[in-house]
Design a protein around this ligand. Structure first.
Ligand code: HXC
Length: 511
């Protein structure tokens, strides 16, 4: 090949690599953001990125777009490796038309989505973009339709992870919303259906980007995002960590690693974790960190619905999904937000064959008008539906309270819990002693001595794990210090579990 041809090729490629140009990349850096290509470099194993469609250009001629062509058209796409395992990636390039999506830009993403599904590898989307390219009209909307459709088809087939790394609107929030996980970056990322300017025009509401859809809002109030990272570099390294827990697709088992943490490690300190007084809280995360391999726990939605804890860990090297009521927050009660948070997590684990470990300390569902008006019945039912439907191995430990409907919901034997343990401190009952005695002995309400006697009787009979154990609803009452060993053994026993639900087109989870 002549030198001239090679030089022309190099020149085209380096122009494409610059996206919107050096000035715009500088502006990106000044906002504390990396460029699309810099982010991909950090996400993938060194030198593993294979780029596709670097020379794609839009074909719009309206609004003067015929004269504005930037190779790549606002998105960098391709594949590479994370810890040696194949991952597909697309990164929106804010320096090119604000990362907005044209018909051809959508075609690049759809190509990656199709390939990832065919090959069986996760898709990571890095978002920094203003939605549908306004100049393209229906072509851009249709382009989003193509991407959304593939988000749905890929759901449950390959893990889909979105990281919001700039101001994102329209399709650039709806597409992430249909993926498995959404992460954001502190102070530089925003998610809204439409930005503050449009909000002002349409509703007269004055609101800043941070108030409308900043990372704090979506990780604490709306629950749209699963985590918030300090900056782009941390975000990319945490996405790598998350991927280490996940199988590449639903055709594979989750990646098992050799663990140096002994399965038989005994933790005597767990014997004093649960306070004698049932109304005194403790931190369930202490229990999680003490039983999982090397105390490594990847928590999701840490600051949202904190009364339930969800996340990934490993036990004897095997990835597991952990769901735990958190007595430190609202006594670990189940409310609308906690039910939705856990239900979605449980269903993700099932889709990708990740066993579930459920740690129960729950006083019931949160009563009152605020919850009822918010649809607690429907939201609570989501969690019940999810736990009942899943077929992955389910190991449950009742640590303290398991009251009422919440006992049934939290992976009980009755909804196909495979191995159900309880600590000696477990209390399994329709409700706590005070409430129960109030209902059963209403006529003696004014007789303090009699009421005290009834409470003692009730506590003695029901507030222990043995009534359930006598009936086989609890497989064993275990010593707290041996929890790690017992759960690991159960998970190993269940490794080849087979269970199928009746054939159907789809169930009808109460959405
Ligand atoms: C074309 C766009 C664009 C868009 C941004 N730009 N969004 N160009 N189509 N959707 C361009 C800007 O004109 C600008 O170009 C450059 O990108 C940077 O944008 P700025 O506004 O200067 O940046 P910033 O102030 O940081 O604000 C970013 C933003 C804002 C919050 C994303 O640009 C914005 O609100 N954009 C519109 C968002 C939106 O409503 N999109 C349509 C959604 S509808 P120059 O050359 O001047 O630098 C949708 C439908 C999908 O997506 C279907 C959903 C179900």
């Amino acid at each position: 090949m002549s030198k001239h041809v090679m030089e022309a090729f190099e020149e085209r490629a380096s122009r494409a690599r610059l996206g919107g140009g050096a000035e715009r990349i500088k502006a990106q850096h000044e906002k504390g953001k990396l460029s699309a290509r810099e982010r991909i470099e950090l996400l993938l194993d060194e030198g593993s990125f294979e780029e596709f469609d670097m020379f794609v250009q839009h074909d719009c001629h309206d609004f003067g777009m015929g004269e504005k062509h930037i190779p790549g058209d606002g998105v960098v796409t391709g594949h590479g490796r994370v810890d040696g395992r194949r991952v597909f990636v697309f990164a929106k390039d804010f320096t090119v038309f604000g990362g907005s999506l044209s018909r051809t830009h959508a075609g690049k993403i759809a190509k990656i989505q199709d390939l990832a599904m065919r090959v069986g590898a996760p898709i990571v989307g890095l978002f920094d973009a203003g939605g549908a390219r306004i100049q393209e009209g229906v072509d851009a909307l249709g382009g989003y339709g193509e991407v959304f459709l593939r988000n749905v088809l890929a759901s449950g087939v390959v893990p889909q992870i979105s990281c919001i790394m700039g101001p994102c609107a329209g399709g650039d929030v709806y597409s992430p919303a249909m993926t498995d996980f959404i992460f954001m970056v502190k102070d530089s990322s925003y998610m809204f259906v439409t930005g503050p300017d449009v909000v002002r025009t349409v509703t007269n509401e004055e609101v800043s980007a941070a108030q409308l859809g900043g990372g704090e809002i979506h990780t604490t109030r709306s629950g749209v995002a699963d985590g918030l990272f300090a900056h782009d570099v941390e975000a990319m390294s945490q996405l790598r960590r998350l991927l280490s827990f996940l199988p590449s697709s639903n055709r594979e088992s989750p990646p098992r690693r050799k663990s140096l943490d002994p399965v038989k490690r005994v933790e005597p300190s767990l014997e004093t974790l649960v306070p004698d007084n049932p109304n005194v809280p403790y931190d369930v995360k202490e229990l999680i960190l003490k039983i999982v391999d090397e105390g490594d726990f990847f928590e999701l939605q840490e600051d949202y619905a904190r009364n339930i804890v969800t996340g990934f860990a490993r036990m004897d090297g095997m990835p597991v999904g952990i769901v735990a009521n958190q007595p430190l927050v609202l006594a670990g009660v189940l409310d609308c937000d906690a039910s939705r948070k856990a239900a979605r997590f449980v269903r993700f684990c099932n889709a990708f064959s990740i066993p579930l470990v459920t740690l129960v300390d729950v006083p019931g569902f949160l009563p009152g008008t605020s919850q009822e008006y918010s649809g607690l019945i429907k939201h609570g039912a989501k969690l019940l539906f999810a736990y009942s439907e899943v077929t992955v191995p389910k190991v449950t430990l009742i640590v303290r309270k398991a009251y009422g409907g919440a006992y049934v919901v939290m992976s009980s034997k009755h909804i196909r819990g495979d191995v159900n343990y309880a600590w000696p401190s477990a209390q399994i009952a329709v409700m706590g002693a005070a409430g129960a005695v109030e209902v059963l002995h209403r006529r003696e309400r004014d007789d303090a001595e009699a009421m005290g006697r009834h409470v003692a009787e009730y506590e003695d009979r029901f507030l222990n794990p043995f009534v359930a154990a006598e009936r086989g609803y609890i497989d064993d009452v275990i010593a707290p210090g041996e929890t790690r060993m017992r759960i690991c053994t159960a998970l190993n026993m269940l490794r080849d579990k087979r269970l199928e639900n009746p054939s159907k087109r789809n169930g009808n989870i109460p959405l």
